[in-house]
Design a protein. Structure first.
Length: 470
């Protein structure tokens, strides 16, 4: 089996047209040829020819990694909206329209559905099942990203990294991992790769369109991906692309409608965001958050070198993107690299200002990592992966070096494997709380408040559920 890239028969062929033809080449030999890879060709063929099996393997790996990263203490309590909104609504106000009921200005389809399933189980299992559901969704995002990168990324290390990043992203461990209320950050990452994928069959296109609509109905910030959707549809002009793009735009439209017909409460402790604070926050959350969640190390670096050390790390991540963009002869490749980078910046700045962050990141003591950085970090890594892959594909970077860079990045992320969410670790023991509150139920018609994380949050549960344990 040989590997080749089609060349134009004309020596005077337009370089842009030629580059576009290269971009559209989906021959499996080009993408999985042995000269690109460091692992046995038989394994590569297995992944290439059995993409659904590879997708299942990535789903299992992503789910398992997430589950192991969430501490036992965090699995033993409900967190914020997971309990007080998404689960409580099913307990007190069940309705067939509840999955599309807006909360905080937009629809949260996946959290609503997962907590409906959780509400059908015995009360003792609610925290663990919520964490398991969150991990399974992230595993699904890993599987989707891995599957959809075929035809977009040409090298195995890049595809593997893109699939593992959702489960390994360090900053997710500070709050978001194991909660369904924060899954919306991951849904954007999945939609991005779905939009770039070129489905070959009607069945695949329909499945991806359904996935895109479901994911879009979980995050209103999908609006930031609409320009990319329009660009891809205009470039590809295929029915499959229209189905996926149309589903994404439909989901975005429904989210906008939900925003216009509902309200979003102001933050409980609003601050006064500043542009300098937003920039420093991006460096410590999106850039450094993609490598570590150890705020002690970050605070020490900020105290000794200031934010200069953060800029150095940012430059190391961005250099491959600049390099790939300069040497790429395809405007399409440049757009694919630039868009997720811009998306990363927009997601952080938008969240920072909309939530009126009280953090200005002025000095080391003010340095924190927030859940808002998850989406920004994921898209920064997506841009990095696309750039690295482009450099290898153009012969500007050796495959072995690219694989080494991926391994080093994953090792750095692995050092932040265990989550550090102190809010959930300090929460009351769920079994003890349920048992104690059940003693206060004098009638099955009463409702009691169960404390959940963070401190001051409660879940209202009917005594009928507490008394029966169902």
């Amino acid at each position: 089996m040989t590997s080749s890239i089609p060349e134009s028969n004309s020596a005077t062929a337009d370089p842009v047209d030629s580059a576009q033809r290269d971009d559209r080449t989906l021959d499996s030999n080009r993408h999985y040829g042995s000269h690109h890879l460091l692992i046995p060709k038989s394994i590569v063929q297995w992944v290439a020819e059995n993409r659904w099996l590879g997708m299942v393997a990535m789903f299992i790996a992503g789910t398992l990694i997430c589950w192991l990263r969430v501490t036992p203490e965090a699995r033993n309590t409900l967190y914020a909206e997971d309990g007080r909104v998404f689960l409580q609504d099913w307990l007190l106000h069940p309705s067939p329209f509840l999955p599309i009921k807006p909360y905080a200005g937009y629809v949260h389809l996946i959290p609503r559905i997962t907590q409906w399933v959780v509400s059908l189980t015995p009360i003792s299992h609610w925290p663990a099942l919520t964490a398991a559901a969150a991990c399974a969704v992230i595993g699904g995002v890993s599987a989707i990203a891995f599957y959809c990168t075929k035809g977009v990324l040409t090298t195995w290390p890049s595809r593997l990294a893109v699939g593992l990043f959702p489960a390994l992203i360090p900053i997710a461990g500070t709050e978001a991992l194991g909660t369904v209320c924060n899954l919306h950050w991951w849904t954007l990452y999945a939609i991005f790769w779905i939009v770039l994928h070129r489905a070959r069959t009607n069945a695949t296109a329909v499945l991806l369109a359904i996935c895109a609509l479901t994911l879009a109905l979980t995050e209103i910030q999908v609006a930031f991906l609409v320009p990319l959707v329009i660009y891809v549809m205009a470039r590809e002009r295929t029915p499959h692309t229209y189905w996926v793009g149309g589903a994404t735009v439909l989901g975005c439209g429904l989210q906008v409608g939900a925003y216009l017909t509902s309200s979003r409460p102001l933050p409980p402790t609003p601050g006064t965001p500043t542009i300098s604070g937003a920039i420093r926050g991006y460096l410590s959350n999106a850039v450094l958050g993609s490598l570590t969640d150890n705020t002690s190390i970050l605070q020490q670096a900020a105290a000794s070198l200031g934010y200069l050390s953060f800029w150095i790390v940012a430059l190391a991540l961005i250099v491959p993107m600049i390099w790939a963009s300069i040497y790429s002869h395809s405007y399409h490749k440049r757009i694919l690299i630039a868009y997720p980078l811009a998306m990363s910046v927009v997601l952080w700045f938008f969240a920072y200002y909309v939530n009126r962050s009280p953090f200005v990141f002025q000095d080391a003591a003010d340095l924190v990592q927030l859940r808002w950085g998850v989406g920004a970090a994921l898209f920064l890594l997506a841009a990095w992966s696309l750039a690295l892959d482009s450099l290898v594909d153009k012969g500007l970077l050796h495959q072995g070096l690219a694989a080494s860079l991926v391994v080093l990045l994953i090792i750095a992320q692995g050092m932040s494997f265990t989550t550090t969410n102190t809010e959930r670790s300090r929460a009351p023991n769920w079994a003890a709380t349920v048992s104690a509150q059940a003693q206060t139920c004098t009638s099955a018609t009463l409702t009691v408040q169960l404390p959940i994380a963070p401190s001051g949050w409660y879940l209202a549960v009917p005594c009928s559920r507490l008394l029966t344990g169902s």
